[in-house]
Design a protein around this ligand. Structure first.
Ligand SMILES: [Zn+2]
Length: 113
């Protein structure tokens, strides 16, 4: 599992902990499971609000109404960037190879008239 960043925003809001106005950063990530055949992102988007001024993660219980409003706005952008299942070329290659193999087997098994 690795996390992929969907959207990142610097907020102009005041930090609820240190009241600094230029340290808040909102980050939306989506966990992703990778196999040789596909990349499968998690259904849910994770989010963190971090203050670079006081080096704290700000949890939703401490959010102000203003932060919640900005969060909702940015969440929509993150949702738009949401990743969906991606099949890799190896998957197609395997499917095509399997089809060719089946076709070859059928071809050799059926006696020619
Ligand atoms: Zn702070």
């Amino acid at each position: 599992m690795k996390n992929k960043t969907l959207h990142n925003a610097s907020l102009k809001n005041n930090c609820p902990t240190c009241y600094g106005a230029d340290g808040l950063e909102l980050n939306f990530t989506q966990a992703e499971k990778e196999s040789p055949f596909f990349r499968k992102p998690a259904a849910t988007i994770e989010h963190t609000l971090y203050c670079h001024t006081c080096k704290n993660q700000i949890f939703p219980v401490n959010w102000t109404e203003d932060i919640e409003r900005v969060f909702d706005y940015n969440k929509k952008i993150a949702e738009a960037n949401k990743q969906y299942l991606k099949v890799k070329p190896l998957f197609y290659l395997t499917v095509v190879t399997a089809i060719i193999l089946v076709a070859a087997v059928v071809y050799f098994l059926i006696p020619t008239v």
